[in-house]
Design a binder for this molecule. Structure first.
Ligand SMILES: Nc1ncnc2c1ncn2[C@@H]1O[C@H](COP(=O)(O)OP(=O)(O)OP(=O)(O)O)[C@@H](O)[C@H]1O
Ligand SMILES: [Mg+2]
Length: 255
């Protein structure tokens, strides 16, 4: 079982869209996936057709202890489960910050769960901040995937998340977590800027940048409002094709 943090402190770059749809495409290909919604906005919870608060979130366990296994809820899709979010996760961040061990709480919680091997991948949909929840996701993760919007400010944000990744490694909280991938999102083939940003990122991070680029695609934005993944909502659209290709590339990297 591998834990993968899908993180970028910048908002609206495609973290949730990637967590849900990469997760769905991996599940379609037979991988057992759990999406952990670690963002109090609960976007991946509603995208997968749950009402925030309908099921317990990781909050109770982070504060009071408990078994991660009890929190996993199957979605309507084969091989795809979720640990949903409820609104309390916002308060959790504040409560956790008071505790000395806040950075490693999530990691400690997942340690016995990892040993059960009941999933292949846990994808953590992180909130858009450098707060306690996001850093504890990095401390718990084996790998980090950074979705990056194909825009100039996307590049600026990249150095920040790469810096935080290094800090987590240096802090001793998790010396193993690797920057597994950068996924370029919302690319617009009609603009030179997208191509320029993609080239720059490939130049700096030739090994980790995924070949697959996620285009700007309206169906990707529509699917969550129907509680559907893009491969369910519009299986042949450009967004579905791209996320399937991303899943293939992900599987190839991990085999
Ligand atoms: N490739 C895409 N094409 C078009 N729209 C997209 C694409 N990816 C994401 N979106 C839309 O852009 C918005 C932001 O995407 P998303 O919620 O995945 O980002 P996020 O990084 O999780 O945001 P936050 O930081 O708020 O958690 C959403 O409305 C989403 O539906
Ligand atoms: Mg999100």
């Amino acid at each position: 079982m591998k834990i993968i943090a899908i993180a970028n402190q910048k908002g609206g770059v495609g973290k949730t869209t990637t967590s849900v749809n990469l997760g769905a495409c991996l599940a379609e290909k037979g991988q057992r996936v759990i999406v952990l919604d670690l963002d109090p906005q609960a976007n991946s919870t509603s995208a997968l057709d749950f009402t925030p608060g309908e099921h317990p979130s990781i909050y109770q366990s982070l504060i009071g202890g408990g078994e991660v296994a009890d929190l996993v809820v199957p979605t309507k899709y084969d091989n795809l489960s979720i640990i949903p979010c409820d609104m309390d996760l916002a308060g959790c961040e504040i409560e956790m910050a008071k505790e000395d061990d806040h950075l490693v709480r999530l990691r400690n919680l997942f340690e016995p769960f990892k040993a059960t091997e009941i999933a292949d991948y846990i994808l953590i949909d992180c909130p858009p901040s450098l707060g306690v929840l996001m850093t504890s996701a990095l401390a718990a993760a084996d790998e980090l995937i950074v979705p990056l919007q194909c825009e100039y400010f996307g590049l600026e944000g990249l150095s920040k998340i790469v810096g935080v990744h290094q800090q987590i490694r240096d802090s001793g909280a998790n010396s193993e977590v690797v920057l597994e991938g950068i996924v370029m999102t919302m690319a617009d083939s009609r603009t030179n800027l997208s191509a320029m940003v993609i080239n720059d990122v490939r130049e700096y991070f030739p090994e980790v940048t995924y070949d697959t680029v996620i285009p700007r695609n309206i169906r990707l934005g529509e699917a969550p409002s129907y509680g559907q993944t893009v491969i369910d909502y519009a299986p042949t659209c450009a967004g579905a094709v791209a996320y399937r290709a991303l899943a293939d590339e992900f599987i190839a990297r991990h085999s």
